[in-house]
Design a protein around this ligand. Structure first.
Ligand code: AMP
Length: 187
């Protein structure tokens, strides 16, 4: 089963992705984590993306599209992909469709965790204290939310027409969101 968790930063995608990974013995594909790791290891790619990341801007489609390709074509991960934070633009969504087609896979569910700005700000400020992420200051949080809303509207339109799309109230607590996801992912 392949699943996309979609929603603004702080919506709880990562938490639910970890739950689904355990439940489905799947693999979490978090482009945010992968990119942060590149920065931490100070790789060439890390140097290229650090400014965008710290400014709350998106990294280019070309970079993230290249990153996810190897996960999709990894036979061990086939039909066990839990996407967290990808796709985030229409170009990425179309690229994902093509890669899945080429590898004879499909998306089974798209869960859109919908949360308003105030809830996001509260949650991300809390996470900043816990995880000390450099891109979690209030200014960056607000930029990330706005960038997200601007860029992802076409992605939302792209997926919301499909019948595997489910909108879930992401302002609910973790257990309630998991319960709702479980009503669809009943394996
Ligand atoms: P996240 O941890 O998913 O909130 O991502 C943190 C940051 O990584 C974002 O603010 C972007 O700068 C970058 N990023 C993560 N995923 C993507 C993506 N799919 N497309 C572009 N940039 C991304």
């Amino acid at each position: 089963m392949n699943i996309i968790l979609f929603g603004p930063p702080g919506a709880g995608k990562g938490t639910q992705a970890k739950y689904l990974v355990e439940k489905l013995k799947g693999f979490q594909i978090s482009t945010g984590d992968i990119l942060r790791d590149e920065i931490k290891k100070d790789t060439d790619l890390g140097k290229q993306i650090i400014n965008n990341m710290n400014d709350g801007k998106f990294v280019s489609d070309e970079i993230v599209n290249t990153i996810i390709k190897k996960f999709i074509f990894d036979p061990q991960k086939k039909n066990k992909l839990i996407f967290d934070g990808y796709p985030r633009s229409l170009d990425q969504a179309k690229n994902l469709d093509n890669l899945l087609n080429d590898s004879e896979q499909k998306i089974d569910f798209v869960f859109y965790l919908n949360v308003n700005k105030e809830t996001i700000v509260k949650r991300l400020e809390k996470r900043k204290l816990l995880e000390k992420r450099t891109d979690d200051n209030l200014d960056t949080i607000l930029k990330r939310y706005d960038t997200y809303m601007e860029t992802t509207k076409p992605v939302l339109d792209f997926y919301s027409k499909k019948n595997n799309f489910h909108e879930i109230d992401g302002s609910e607590n973790i257990t309630e969101i998991t319960r709702k996801i479980d009503t669809f992912v009943n394996v």
